[in-house]
Write a protein that binds this ligand. Structure first.
Ligand code: OGA
Ligand code: MN
Length: 213
């Protein structure tokens, strides 16, 4: 990641609270993460078929229809991703003094018909998620496949038009202030692969140490 790109991200976050960066992730990393996710999906589908239920990891289907699995840092692709995000973290801490500490990450698969209604990633003041990062892992994508990410500026009214609608192109990365920027995943018509990560700040104090996991 060049300094120009890092500087633009910090500027965007400071001025509008979000930053869309097409093709930010190196192609090899995008491919390695996609391959891991596709393999995980195949294994989970086999397992679910074996025990006769659909999936272990469905969440509330009325606001969200997606399958997530958490990173555990056990594979080279996950480790490469975490190393790659370090430059971003260092830059944001230097430029915006955010004190970002640790990132939690999950893979997210939206099956056809999948969506995630308008939401914030963190409740104001909770400080548990400060900056969100979303990265797209499909091989290619276009508007007709659905699954756009709609983004609103801070404080936008409920019915307002979004500030942007992002087509989830491979390697594209969206960064958002987790407590401020409402966003939504529109209904996808094809399987949509991605990941979502959140940096939190270290809330260790005199008498309290945040656990690392
Ligand atoms: C999320 C989320 C957006 C996307 O996982 O919280 O908003 O485009 N994801 O996948
Ligand atoms: Mn979100």
């Amino acid at each position: 990641m060049g300094d120009n790109r890092l500087g633009a991200i910090a500027d965007d976050l400071a001025t509008q609270g979000w930053s869309w960066q097409p093709a930010l992730m190196p192609e090899a990393l995008t491919r390695a993460l996609r391959e891991e996710l596709v393999a995980r999906e195949a294994a989970a589908a086999l397992e679910a078929a074996g025990i006769g239920r659909e999936s272990d990891y469905q969440v509330d289907r009325t606001i969200r229809r997606t399958r997530i699995t958490w990173f555990d840092g056990s594979t080279p692709a996950q480790q490469d991703f975490q190393m790659w995000t370090e430059a971003l973290r260092a830059s944001l801490n230097r430029e915006l003094m955010l004190g970002l500490f640790e990132m939690e990450v999950c893979f997210a698969v939206y099956p056809p018909g999948g969506f995630y209604e308008r939401h914030l990633d963190s409740f104001a003041g909770a400080r548990n998620r400060v900056v969100s990062l979303v990265a797209y892992l499909n091989e290619d994508w276009d508007e007709a496949r659905g699954g756009a990410l709609a983004v609103w500026n801070e404080g936008a009214a409920d019915g307002a038009d979004p500030a942007a609608r992002i087509v989830p192109q491979p390697g594209g990365v969206m960064l958002m202030l987790s407590e401020a920027i409402p966003h939504e995943v529109e209904v996808t018509h094809e399987t949509r692969y991605g990941l979502a990560g959140w940096w939190r700040v270290n809330q260790s104090g005199m008498d309290r140490i945040d656990p690392l996991s």
